[in-house]
Design a protein. Structure first.
Length: 98
């Protein structure tokens, strides 16, 4: 992880947050502290996918379903336009791999 450029540390943080989200699975991020955790660290996964032109698990159907469920019903009041931007970023990362 240590190098003068800091690249190793960046990869470690971005990859680590990605793994934490995946290990917990989408169903554990719908409500409560899991939701807060997901909304806080998913930008690291989106950034990792864009920076390194790699695939992201957030483009998978079950994770897309989580994000749709997160902003429906009573949770819709917390929706912000940046959510649409994040979805576009996920789509862009998927396109960059093709």
């Amino acid at each position: 992880m240590y190098d003068v450029t800091g690249e190793g540390w960046v990869k470690h943080i971005l990859y680590g947050t990605s793994q934490l989200l995946q290990y917990r699975g989408p169903e554990r991020h719908l409500t409560g502290i899991g939701r807060t955790f997901f909304l806080t660290v998913r930008i690291f996964e989106i950034s990792r996918a864009l920076i390194y032109s790699s695939e992201t698990f957030l483009a998978q159907e079950n994770w897309q379903g989580l994000m749709e469920n997160m902003w429906s019903g009573e949770n819709a009041t917390g929706w912000h336009p940046k959510e649409a931007l994040y979805n576009l970023m996920i789509s862009c990362s998927t396109l960059s791999v093709l």
